[in-house]
Every structure is written in structure tokens, then in C-alpha cells.
Design a protein around this ligand. Structure first.
Ligand SMILES: *Cc1c(COP(=O)(O)O)cnc(C)c1O
Length: 467
């Protein structure tokens, strides 16, 4: 008799006694299941659950993950709503008309938050994340450029997109997938973000648009969108090129409206054609949600819009995915209603306070030098102070912190600043001042340990950077 069959309990054990065996002591649980092919037989649901659950324990603790921008905490009402809605498919507008209406409402709320001239005339959609939103934003820029070029009898075979060398990887993907030449403006010590300087050297008649980042992934710093637009205004006056801007506000578009309301970066600037954000970052929703909004219908070429049937009529949709979860959209609406403008302001301000406190304390340590202080989005980076030590580097520190459960990545800055290694913390809702103090204690202890070494640490594997 096959032992594994026994574990299943139906054939080898018709009495079902095995189900009464204590968990972890049943026959099938003393063996390992095949990892890379489908097991021959069934397992008890308890056994299968426990195996998956236990292996997932080896993942890092999401709440101690100071690397990610993505939401790791929602309140219990949100969790209840999530559990009630995980079967909803966003694409089934006709079957789930209420969810579809809520999606459209959220897009209008965002258009209003970002000062679209007429939020009711703006058009937007939810997506799986900012990456999908970036693909759609880039495609709209490319199509608009193609239309204008064709109308002028000009060729359309060499489109390019201008952006900082510190863009998130989704823009490299957009350029590769949709055959657009990426033109990276290198960042430098004098120009740590894309700021309009020397833009005329990169923009030409084949430029489909410029990407401005509100909250650069590497450091959390804002690119001055108004200054970039002003540089493009000058270029239009001098060279007649009318180039649109897409704002990648994956994190900042849900921070700036609340804690830097006077910063002009959005549809108040006529050159800004579209804005994206990640609902699952500072939109305060669990993973799986992004948004993109165009300032008006003219900014989004018609042919990118498809119609789906909706309550006997048609509803416009645009997306790369077909089926995807609808629950996150309901969670976004929950957060809008739960927090309102004042609640979002309090949440983002307290993350900002924690970030600036951590930055201040870390900047005061002799080992470190701050790259920025967390006063744009609640994200900041630091580097090892030159001359502090030859015995260890930030990769060693990252490793030591990981052994305490904290995930704080170290990584090189992008092209032209690659020799600079930084370490970064992303403060999100859920990293309280109290937890931040525990982190500082651990950080100080690990730095003291590393500083006490008599000789150099062996090299550690440089782990990937969480874009
Ligand atoms: C996180 C991020 C993205 C990608 O967003 P996802 O929602 O993870 O797809 C794009 N751009 C910037 C600036 C980001 O920070």
C-alpha cells in the first residue's frame, strides 16, 4: 500500500481515522511533495494549506519591509470588504455594474484631485498598477504624435521618449515593448533629478513626450514638473515643437495633493496630458491597483478606447488586461470615503513625519551622509560617509539588518552616478514612530557591531534593487 495514498484518507483509510491524526503527524505530512511537477494524488485540504502557508513563512515580514512602496496595512473594514469582493472581475461591467460605476467615480475623484480643467470630461481607468498605466500613457503619447506627424506629411518611424536616467523600469519596458527609442537624460550631482536643464539637446520632432517623475524611485525626490514644462514652453517658442508631458506620480500623485498642496505639478500645467498613480502605494490599497487619468478626451486617441456592453449600453474601456480583480477598486473607494481629504492629509503627514525623523537621526550618525531628507514623498536615501570605514559597506549593513527582519535595500544609483551606493527607506502607513524607534535601535546596534570589526567583512552578494 502506497503511503501517500494512505495520507489522503479516502482509499487507504476508508474509516477516515487519519483525518483525526494531529496535523503534522499524518502519514502524508512526513514526506515531501514533488516541487516541480503536479503530485499524482490529492492531499487533504488541511495538509495542502499548511504546506503552502508554511513555505510562505520564509518570505520577509511585509510590515518590516522598508524597501517596498506597496501597501502592507489596511484596516479591518477594508479587509472585510476585500474578502466579500475577491470574486469580482473588473472586466465584467455588465455583471458588476456597481463596481464599474465605482471605478468611473474614483477616476473622476482623481481627475478633480489633480485639477483637471473639467473632471467630468477627463477620462481615466484603473489598471493593475502604475506599470500598466505607464504603457497606456505612453501609447496615447505615441498615437497623438503619429497623428500629428501624418497630418503634417512627416514620417513616423522613429519615435523617442525623453526622461531621466532614474526612471522606473516600467518606462524601459514601454520603450522596448512598443518600439520607442528611450532618451535618458543622465542625473548628476548638480542635477540630481530631471529639471529641464539641457532638455533641448534631447527633444526633437520625433519626441512623443517627456516623462516627469513625481517621486523618483531611487530617492523619493520630486522632479520639478513646472520647470520641465517651462523648458518645453521655451522650446516651443524657439523651435516650434509642442511636446506633451506625462507625470509618473506612482507615489507622489497621492502625496503631493495632501501635504504639498501648493506644489504645481498636475493638470494645472497645460502641458500635462496624463498622470498615473499606484493605488497600491500611497493610494493606501493592497497590491494590484493603479490609475491613469488624461486631462480630457482630446488627450487620448479614440482608437485606444474599446466599448464593452454595460447595462444594455456601451461603456468605454481601455486596458492591457482583460480579466482582473475588481476588489481593489472597491478598496480604493473605501479609502476615499473613509479618509476624505483630511484623513489622507493626516496619514501622509504622519508618514512624512516618521520619514523626516528617521532621516534626521540617520543623518546625525557619523557613519552616514543623507542623500535627501524625506520631505518630498516619505522616502529618503543615504550613503556611507566618505572615509568612515573600509571594513564594511551598505550591502553588509543591509545584510545585518535583514538578519533582524528589516528589509532595507542598498543599491547603486543609475547611469553616471553608478559609483554611488545608497540605502533607502520607504515610510508607509503602518510604520509608526514607535516601530521606527525600534528600527533605529537595531540600526545603531548593527553599525556599532560593524564598526567594531578589526578587519574587512567578506564581500556580500549585492541583492536586487526593488524598483
Ligand atoms: C512603483 C513605481 C512604478 C511602477 O508601479 P507599479 O504600480 O509597481 O507597477 C512606476 N514608476 C514609479 C516612479 C514608481 O515608483
Amino acid at each position: 500500500m502506497n503511503v501517500h495514498r494512505n495520507a489522503v484518507g479516502h482509499e487507504g483509510d476508508p474509516s477516515g481515522d487519519i483525518v483525526l491524526n494531529p496535523l503534522f503527524a499524518r502519514p502524508g505530512e512526513a514526506t515531501t511533495l514533488p516541487r516541480h511537477r503536479l503530485p499524482e494524488d490529492e492531499s487533504l485540504p488541511e495538509t495542502a494549506y499548511q504546506i503552502v502557508h508554511d513555505e510562505a513563512m520564509l518570505d520577509g515580514n511585509a510590515r518590516l519591509n522598508l524597501a517596498t512602496f506597496v501597501g502592507t496595512w489596511m484596516d479591518s473594514h477594508a479587509e472585510r470588504l476585500y474578502a466579500e469582493a475577491f470574486d469580482k472581475n473588473m472586466v465584467d461591467k455588465d455583471e458588476y455594474p456597481a463596481t464599474a460605476a465605482i471605478e468611473a467615480r474614483c477616476a473622476t475623484i482623481l481627475a478633480d484631485l489633480w485639477h483637471a480643467p473639467d473632471p467630468e470630461q477627463a477620462i481615466g481607468t484603473s489598471t493593475v498598477g502604475s506599470s500598466e498605466a505607464a504603457m497606456l500613457g505612453g501609447l496615447a503619447l505615441k498615437r497623438r504624435w503619429q497623428h500629428a506627424r501624418r497630418a503634417a506629411g512627416q514620417p513616423t518611424d522613429r519615435p523617442n521618449l525623453v526622461m531621466s536616467s532614474a526612471v522606473q523600469v516600467c518606462w524601459e519596458k514601454f520603450c522596448t515593448y512598443f518600439e520607442v527609442e528611450p532618451r535618458y537624460v543622465p542625473i548628476s550631482a548638480e542635477h540630481p533629478v530631471l529639471d529641464g536643464h539641457d532638455l533641448a539637446a534631447y527633444v526633437d520632432e520625433n519626441t512623443i513626450g517627456v516623462v516627469a517623475i513625481l517621486g523618483v524611485t531611487y530617492t523619493g525626490m520630486y522632479e520639478p514638473v513646472a520647470q520641465i514644462c517651462a523648458a518645453l514652453d521655451e522650446l516651443q517658442a524657439s523651435a516650434g515643437l509642442d511636446v506633451q508631458v506625462h507625470v509618473d506620480g506612482a507615489s507622489g500623485s497621492m502625496v503631493a495633493p495632501f501635504i504639498q498642496p501648493d506644489l504645481v505639478w498636475d493638470f494645472r500645467l497645460p502641458r500635462v496630458a496624463s498622470v498615473n498613480t499606484s493605488g497600491h502605494k500611497y493610494g493606501l490599497v493592497y497590491p494590484g491597483l493603479g490609475w491613469i487619468v488624461w486631462r480630457d478626451r482630446a488627450a487620448l486617441p479614440e482608437e485606444l478606447i474599446f466599448s464593452v456592453s454595460y447595462l444594455g449600453g456601451d461603456m468605454p474601456t481601455l486596458a492591457l488586461n482583460f480579466s482582473r480583480p475588481g476588489a481593489q477598486v472597491l478598496l480604493q473607494y473605501y479609502q476615499f470615503l473613509r479618509l476624505g481629504r483630511s484623513g489622507f492629509t493626516k496619514v501622509q503627514q504622519s508618514s512624512s513625519d516618521v520619514a523626516q525623523h528617521l532621516a534626521h537621526e540617520i543623518g546625525a550618525m557619523p557613519a552616514f551622509e543623507l542623500w535627501n531628507d524625506g520631505s518630498d514623498i516619505p522616502v529618503f536615501a543615504w550613503r556611507l560617509r566618505a572615509g568612515h570605514t573600509d571594513n564594511w559597506n551598505l550591502y553588509h549593513l543591509s545584510d545585518r539588518l535583514r538578519s533582524r527582519g528589516w528589509l532595507v535595500p542598498a543599491y547603486p544609483m543609475p547611469a553616471d552616478l553608478q559609483e554611488v551606493t545608497v540605502q533607502r527607506i520607504v515610510v508607509r502607513n503602518g510604520l509608526s514612530m514607535d516601530l521606527a524607534e525600534s528600527f533605529l535601535e537595531d540600526l545603531r546596534a548593527q553599525v556599532a557591531w560593524l564598526d567594531s570589526l578589526e578587519g574587512p567583512m567578506p564581500a556580500v552578494r549585492q541583492t536586487g534593487f526593488h524598483h
